[in-house]
Design a protein around this ligand. Structure first.
Ligand code: PMP
Length: 427
């Protein structure tokens, strides 16, 4: 018989191991997603395009329909249903703040999406915080959503946009970034993780580097917020942006996180009701943040329903989601690397669960169509909304498979089988 102390030690060890390797019950999770029970072109639906948009759990659909059927009221009006809706909306704001460990829910602004969130900041900078000759730093691995708004702001203010290069592995050249920061730099705006390369950028290091020179940092978290626990206070960025629809949440809702002092300083983007406190033809005063940036009627039913998705993710555990998705990514990389002539874009050691690739002699748009039509597999092919990066990589189109916690290794196997079958038809 084991000594009781040893027995206890053994039990603690087992528990620690179980904690380290959480068993993620993907089959159970899949049952929560009605779309995953559908067929695509007569085949079981294999959805490997979550980087474009996430599938929706039943809890989201139920919450939305319940709100519309039984609880509908427009926030900020005076009747009971409206007061309840105001409360529910503010509850979601608090849930988002808790999710990303913001200091205060007042630092959470609801907008339409990540794109709008970046535009709010860029246009605010153009209107009050940029002077002629000032510099905005962005990087070569940005989505168009984090390039064009800054170009527009630069044009309006007579500022210039500078671009941080990337290394051969698809990581940011941090030394180049450090050299680029000058006394004219007014903001650094960069992606947390690339929707093409998957690279996760070392944000904490970059914010420390920027803050040493007094420069604020905006982080585009569109591809990161759905996949890992976040801590704004640890990352210490000044703005962080993401879209609810990419995190299995509702469409038409985005989040702009901003440190309280920055939201005070930043001029508003849209004018109208809610954002204005006193209005006279001579002068208008603005509401305090976050209302200052929420002009007019927001997509409040969707915002309220986002709260249910956050609860769902918290029940699964963001860390458990991240661990399982990393397992899928490793498996996907290993499998795809077995295909002859296939080249993966980006080989950074820290990646989000996306894999973009080309195959020698293959038109990936044709492969995308074949996977959809013949195998019921949804992926995305094209310039993947980063034309400057694709030009730099000397690639005009790539195909991207993106994995989410509701995907399985079997689906990854089927995609490999489908690609091999396609290559056979071309041989
Ligand atoms: N940034 C990145 C890195 C993205 O991948 C995307 C969407 N593909 C966006 C921004 C824009 O997101 P949305 O279209 O939801 O505004």
């Amino acid at each position: 018989m084991c000594h009781p102390n040893l027995e206890v030690k053994e039990k603690v060890k087992e528990a620690a191991q179980a904690l380290k390797k959480p068993s993620f019950d993907v089959q159970r999770v899949r049952q929560d997603f009605p779309m995953l029970q559908q067929k695509l072109n007569g085949k079981p639906f294999i959805y490997l395009d979550s980087a474009a948009s996430g599938q929706k759990p039943q809890v989201l659909i139920d919450r939305l329909s319940d709100f519309y059927a039984n609880e509908y009221g427009k926030p900020n009006e005076q009747h009971t249903d409206s007061k309840n809706a105001t409360e529910m909306l503010e509850e979601t704001r608090q849930k988002v703040a808790d999710l990303i460990k913001a200091k205060d829910s007042k630092e959470i602004v609801f907008v339409r999406g990540c794109t709008e969130a970046i535009n709010v900041v860029a246009s605010g900078f153009a209107r009050g915080l940029l002077q002629e000759g000032d510099e905005i730093i962005t990087t070569l691995m940005e989505h168009h959503a984090n390039i064009v708004p800054w170009q527009m702001a630069a044009q309006d203010a007579g500022a210039v946009v500078k671009v941080v290069p990337i290394t051969a592995t698809g990581e940011l050249d941090l030394a180049a970034l450090e050299n680029m920061i000058s006394e004219r730099t007014k903001i650094i705006s960069l992606v947390h993780s690339s929707q093409i390369l998957g690279t996760i950028n070392p944000i904490k290091k970059i914010t420390a580097m920027a803050h040493r020179k007094g420069v604020p940092v905006l982080v585009d978290g569109a591809q990161t917020a759905p996949h890992m626990p976040l801590d704004m206070q640890d990352l210490d960025c000044d703005f962080y942006t993401f879209s609810a629809h990419k995190m299995s949440g509702p469409t038409g809702v985005g989040v702009l996180y901003g440190k309280a002092d920055w939201l005070e300083k930043l001029p508003p983007h849209n004018g109208g009701g809610e954002m204005a406190e006193t209005v006279e033809f001579e002068k208008t005063t603005y509401s305090s943040p976050p209302k200052k940036f929420e002009a007019g009627t927001t997509s409040f039913a969707d915002i309220i329903a986002l709260g249910a998705v956050i609860d769902y993710h918290n029940a699964l555990g963001m860390q458990a989601i991240a661990d399982y998705e990393q397992e899928l990514l490793e498996y996907g990389l290993e499998k795809l690397n077995q295909i002859k002539g296939l080249h993966i874009l980006g080989s950074a050691p820290e990646k989000e669960p996306v894999v973009s690739f080309t195959i020698d002699g293959v038109d990936v748009k044709d492969l995308e169509k074949y996977l959809n039509n013949e195998w019921g597999i949804a992926v995305k092919a094209g310039n993947l909304a980063s034309q400057p990066l694709m030009k730099h990589l000397n690639v005009d189109k790539a195909l991207r498979a993106s994995y989410c916690y509701y995907n399985t290794k079997e689906e990854i196997d089927t995609m490999n089988q489908a690609i091999e079958a396609y290559l056979q038809t071309k041989a």
